[in-house]
Write a protein that binds this ligand. Structure first.
Ligand SMILES: Nc1ncnc2c1ncn2[C@@H]1O[C@H](COP(=O)(O)OP(=O)(O)OP(=O)(O)O)[C@@H](O)[C@H]1O
Ligand SMILES: [Mg+2]
Length: 407
């Protein structure tokens, strides 16, 4: 097991396009870090550079204190689990797990001991004599992990290992991988484009956009303190709502009306008074005002809006409220949708309503919003102007990170 340090890593393919652009991430020994972002953002490229399948154009890669830029994959002693598991169909599960040990000419005794230990951890004991072709996707996944475990690798690297599985199995495997990683305490880097996977698995999550690291933070921090529009829009489902807004003191004017924000937030955006900004509020910070008690009502602002349609999910309901946006904001939101690989244009907000709400399509409803959770973004740079800077929230290197080396 080992720490992995990436220092200003750049990857330019033949055509000169920087697929990974100046990425620095420190991964502590035993930490579980997720690389997440839309298709083509450079996740697999970065992972392949760590494992040694792809040359590093510039920057340093340090594993367990040793610079490994020029080491062959074999010498790095990392275990990579691919999307297609790459199992040998003609070998039994036992021999598939044993494969790296056989290659290393381990004794039969050592092979047997290690394979049985791995199979016990992975609950594969009853499948050891079967062939991979007869196993379920989840079982094959575990065999692939077994092969990684027996190698005593310094770290596990996963590239979208669950994307071939159906939703239910994906959920189960997600829990299983998280449990195993904790039990084995092995440093793990895991690539996914699925933000739910990223949020539930990782100690920390690195969000990438077009090869550039946007934010590296715990799931909670990404959710509550996104550094920019991209991270805010990428993390969370249903996604954060974005609305045009202008600020005047503690008043924020939005298409549905004017709401009041806390003084600390107002101070952070005071320099931007009068400009058209973008407000961001997650669906759960809205509600149907008619079902709330006075204490909750007075903790936020309310506005009236016409509900276009509703979706009732049992434990909660979502209502869709359309709005008009000025052209400049509209353009910015369209660009954001493209960056996020989305297809819908967000000229509506989605609000989550209490299950007790009876608001229906076509109703004009009084909607409550918790403005303490409102973010305000600069439409030109995308930066979150209301980021709370009190805690340490560096873009690169979170609380697990080692002190950055002097450069
Ligand atoms: N062998 C290659 N030659 C040239 N360009 C490449 C090569 N491999 C990847 N790229 C480019 O590098 C960028 C990053 O690709 P990468 O495969 O790392 O993305 P990704 O984040 O893993 O995407 P996905 O979610 O689709 O797997 C893309 O623009 C891609 O076109
Ligand atoms: Mg990929």
């Amino acid at each position: 097991m080992a720490a992995i340090e990436m220092k200003n890593i750049v990857k330019k393919y033949g055509d000169g396009f920087p697929a990974v652009n100046d990425v620095s991430i420190d991964i502590a020994d035993g930490e579980f870090v997720i690389l997440v972002g839309p298709s083509g953002c450079g996740k697999s490229t970065l992972l392949r550079m760590i494992v040694g399948l792809e040359d590093i154009t510039s920057g340093e890669l340090i594993i367990g204190g040793t610079k490994v830029n020029d080491l062959a994959p074999r010498e790095r002693n990392l275990a990579m689990v691919f999307q297609n598991y790459a199992l040998y169909p003609h070998l039994s599960v036992y021999e598939n797990i044993a494969f790296p040990l056989r290659l290393a000419k381990a004794s039969d005794e050592e092979v047997d001991q290690k394979v049985r230990e791995a199979s016990k951890t992975l609950e594969l004991d009853e499948h050891l004599e079967r062939k991979p072709g007869n196993l379920s996707g989840g079982q094959r996944q575990r065999v692939a992990m077994g092969r990684a475990i027996v190698r005593d690798a310094q770290a596990f690297l996963f590239d979208e290992p669950l994307s071939n599985l159906d939703a239910k199995l994906r959920g189960q495997m997600r829990t299983e991988i998280a449990r195993l990683q904790k039990r084995l305490g092995i440093t793990t880097v895991y690539v996914t484009h699925d933000q739910t996977e990223a949020m539930t698995l990782g100690d920390r999550v690195a969000v990438l956009k077009r090869g550039v690291l946007q934010q590296l933070a715990t799931p909670r921090e990404l959710y509550e303190q996104p550094v920019n529009l991209f991270v805010a829009g990428f993390i969370g489902s249903p996604p954060m709502n974005f609305l045009p807004a202008t600020v005047d003191g503690t008043s924020v004017e939005m298409p549905f009306g004017t709401v009041e924000i806390p003084q600390e937030k107002a101070d952070l955006v005071a320099d931007h008074a009068g400009k058209t900004l973008i407000a961001g509020i997650r669906p759960e910070y809205f509600d149907d005002a008619s079902v709330l008690d006075d204490a909750k009502l007075s903790s936020g602002s309310t506005f009236r809006a016409t509900v276009e349609f509703t979706e009732w999910l049992g434990s909660e309901a979502f209502a869709y409220l359309p709005f008009e946006a000025p052209e400049a904001v509209q353009k910015q939101l369209e660009q954001l949708e493209k960056d996020l690989d989305g297809e819908s244009l967000r000229t509506q907000i989605v609000v989550s309503l209490d299950a007790a709400s009876t608001v229906a399509a076509g109703d004009e409803a009084e909607i409550w919003v918790d403005t303490a959770h409102l973010h305000i973004f600069d439409p030109e740079t995308g930066d979150n102007l209301t980021l709370q800077k009190s805690e340490e929230t560096p873009t690169q290197g979170g609380k697990h990170a080692e002190a950055p080396a002097a450069q």
